[in-house]
Design a protein around this ligand. Structure first.
Ligand SMILES: [Zn+2]
Length: 337
């Protein structure tokens, strides 16, 4: 800032610095919100956006349905950044024609610059960055196979990651230690991102045609609503489940999990019953037997639960747990299916 806007008092530089930092964070958030907006309009679940030191990530739980959808979702981010850059430039032009000082002009200038950089950097074809996702969409359309396209995109993404790390090391020992370290860390981060994205695609692929009914546990160990907590604790020890359905005369009433039990003080264990602490059926997220496995996984992840009761025609047919899913994933990926 001092080189672009010389001869300002220190407090102006400090204020401009803080304002610009906030603008950077908001610009990243805007970019991620745009990814999320397009994804949600396409019917995808986006439970959260995380902002952190290297930027932001909008967590999109499913794989896109087709290459066009992937392209649209990936392009939304950089386009929104370029759009924001134009707005900052316009605001700068207006402010400078009105004779505004460095206090106004410098943050607008920085807002323009940072959004151009955000858009451009994300367009690098380094999967899982936006440009890499666009590349994957193109490969996917060309080869007709998402898994193969992801494999190629991951290799290119990893090559970029190594290039970043290499350049970072050179920078570290020549011109700028801090920028060098920064680039190495970004490279390392990109590499692990590429690998975990590939893993996610392999898992989705392994589970593609499976339905909840194929992997759910049908043998249900249920408890009655009048069972006291002390006894439920013993069941937890004996059966090693993380939760029990509560049933009366074959009717599914609710679910009791370890965390429900943990909330009951020990001296009340003989008095409080399953019916008092269970999560009632109306509040429980459930699955149906003919629902794709991926959707059940998305539900568990979005709601932070480890098990879903499987209900068909109002009747409890089974339970599907995260460990059922993990076992299925392991077996199917090991068998190369
Ligand atoms: Zn993006």
């Amino acid at each position: 800032m001092p080189s672009h806007y010389p001869a300002q008092p220190p407090w102006v530089y400090w204020t401009v610095g803080i304002a610009s930092s906030v603008l950077l964070l908001l610009s990243v958030l805007f970019h991620e919100l745009f990814h999320s907006y397009v994804a949600k309009r396409r019917g995808m679940a986006v439970p959260d956006i995380t902002l952190f030191l290297f930027g932001g990530v909008a967590r999109i739980l499913e794989e896109p349905g087709d290459p066009g959808m992937e392209l649209e979702m990936a392009a939304a981010g950089p386009l929104s950044s370029f759009g924001l850059a134009i707005l900052f430039k316009a605001a700068w032009l207006i402010a400078s024609s009105l004779g505004a000082g460095a206090l106004i002009l410098a943050p607008l200038d920085y807002g323009f610059l940072i959004n151009v950089l955000l858009g451009a950097f994300n367009l690098l074809p380094a999967f899982p960055m936006d440009g890499g996702r666009m590349l994957r969409a193109a490969l996917w359309r060309w080869r007709g196979n998402l898994l193969e396209a992801t494999g190629i995109a991951t290799q290119i993404g990893s090559a970029f990651a190594y290039l970043f790390m290499f350049l970072g090391f050179i920078l570290m020992f020549t011109t700028s230690l801090l920028n060098g370290i920064w680039l190495v860390v970004i490279g390392w981060f990109l590499k692990s991102g590429a690998e975990s994205s590939l893993r996610q695609t392999i898992i989705s692929n392994a589970l593609a045609e499976l339905r909840v009914g194929d992997v759910m546990t049908t043998k249900i160990d249920a408890i009655g609503p009048d069972v006291p907590v002390g006894e439920i604790v013993e069941y937890f020890m004996k059966y090693k489940h993380g939760g029990f359905p509560v049933m009366r005369d074959g009717e599914f009433l609710g679910l009791v999990t370890v965390s429900d039990v943990k909330r009951v003080p020990r001296e009340d264990w003989h008095r409080v019953r399953a019916g008092d602490i269970m999560k009632p059926r109306s509040e429980i997220i459930s699955a149906s037997p003919d629902e794709p496995i991926i959707e059940a996984m998305v539900k568990m992840s979005a709601h932070g639960v480890g098990r879903l009761p499987v209900i068909e025609d109002g009747e409890l047919k089974g339970i599907i747990t995260r460990s059922d899913l993990m076992r299925t994933i392991r077996i199917r990926t090991e068998l190369g299916r």
